[in-house]
Design a protein around this ligand. Structure first.
Ligand code: CA2
Length: 145
């Protein structure tokens, strides 16, 4: 049976590929979505790929994942560093989660070094650009099998 991965992208990630390519790369969010679908299909995994600038929407999506998805890949954007609500939602659901960041958050400003997502995730992939999302699929494939 095909297992479904919910991919959540937080604030401003809709701008990918249009600004700050030296930090975030040249791939657009659509490019990342297409490459994830291509990587996941042969593994029997489907991708439900979403982006929002609204914190509450992310919380709702995580709660819904409990019934509709077998795993979560999340790049919460700047909410990574501020959102107790997203951490609580991830802790409340039993769905395994992998945290992804395009940039290496530990090489950047001090305020980016702390993540509220990490305590609720199986692990974090940070600093590998768009490839990090594909690495997260491999991680999920291992976790689910
Ligand atoms: O490296 C990452 O993936 C981040 O989650 C990206 C967030 C940042 O606040 C985190 O500290 C690390 C920012 C996403 C904004 O994305 C943009 C993309 C292109 C142009 C401007 C912003």
């Amino acid at each position: 049976m095909t297992k479904s991965i919910l991919v959540i992208n937080g604030p401003n990630l809709n701008l990918l590929g249009t600004r700050e390519p030296e930090i975030y790369g040249i791939a657009t969010l659509d490019d990342i979505k297409d490459s994830m679908i291509g990587k996941a299909a042969p593994l029997g995994l489907s991708i439900d790929f979403r982006q929002t600038n609204a914190e509450g929407e992310i919380v709702n999506w995580i709660q819904e994942a409990r019934e509709n998805h077998q795993a979560i890949i999340i790049n919460a954007g700047a909410l990574t560093h501020t959102s107790v609500a997203i951490m609580d939602a991830l802790l409340a659901v039993n769905t395994p989660s992998v945290e992804v960041h395009l940039s290496n958050i530990f090489k950047r400003e001090e305020f980016r070094h702390h993540s509220y997502i990490s305590p609720a995730a199986v692990g974090m992939i940070t600093g590998f650009g768009a490839i990090g999302y594909l690495m997260a699929i491999e991680a999920i494939d291992n976790i689910l099998n």
